[in-house]
Design a protein around this ligand. Sequence first.
Ligand SMILES: [Zn+2]
Length: 325
Amino acid sequence: MNLSELAGQPRAVRVLRRLLETRALPPALLFHGPDGVGKAAAAAAFARALNCTAGARDACPAPAPGTPASCPSCAAFARGLDPDFQRVDAEFQAGLSDKEAAKQRSLSVDTVRHAVRRMEMRSMEGRWKSAVVVDAHTLTPSAANAMLKGLEEPPPRSVWVLVTHRPSELLPTVRSRCQPVAFAALGAPDIARILTARGVGAAEAAAAAADAQGSASRAAAAVNETASVPAAWLSDPMAPFTLAEGLPRELHLSRPRADELVSRAAAWLRRTRGAGAFSSADSRFVLRDIEALRERLRRNCDPRLVTMLAAIRLQELDAVEKAKK
Ligand SMILES: [Zn+2]
């Protein structure tokens, strides 16, 4: 994706194009705005555009399938082989320390020092070096200070892009050194377009977009959850029992988990049956049953039993609907 393909961020794109045009870049930019609106994607597109040999104000567009339309620089970037770009995130840190990415809760001083050193390495003449720090609010104070040290005498033609949806958690000294670029919450039509481009059906995309509070990643997560989980409940006759058995032993943990599973089942039913959830008597009954189960869960009914019954009701509905076809 390049900047002109970025959905719903005309203001941020204008600012970035202007920076690309003048090349009067500050040592660091701060991309801030709600979670899941394209900040990190924009940062990657911006970094790619800095060295794109096909155009000055944007990177090459995503090539159509089967056409190698990218310039050599964008092509190298797409293959992850751009020596002048680094994405500093949990995965990058895990790679440096040989640990699991999911367990990296904060970005450490060692990680940032590594990135600063790479930033100081010479690149080929005329090329820009960039580092995109994803979830910059997870920088530890000493990591942030190491980055500030790197900003004191920034190498020529280098830029840091800090990406965060929690700018207030950054050190004030960091914030004040960055030029801010604001990203906005996305409109529902933009989110729906993003989802349909990923192959989600139009009705489901519209429903998820309406619930997503301006965040495309929240909408995508909702689609994934409601699409995958209860569908698996249907295909496996043992699913009600395995689901119940899979709940945590401790009641204070199993109750919220059961509530999550059961409400997910209800959301899935509404979404997959659409308006039909309310016109077909069968699915209407099941939906009502499932809501009643949630209510009983709140009144101390056993979480295992509630989860098992909800899954069984979905399986029964599925069997009835198949028999009618
Ligand atoms: Zn290019």
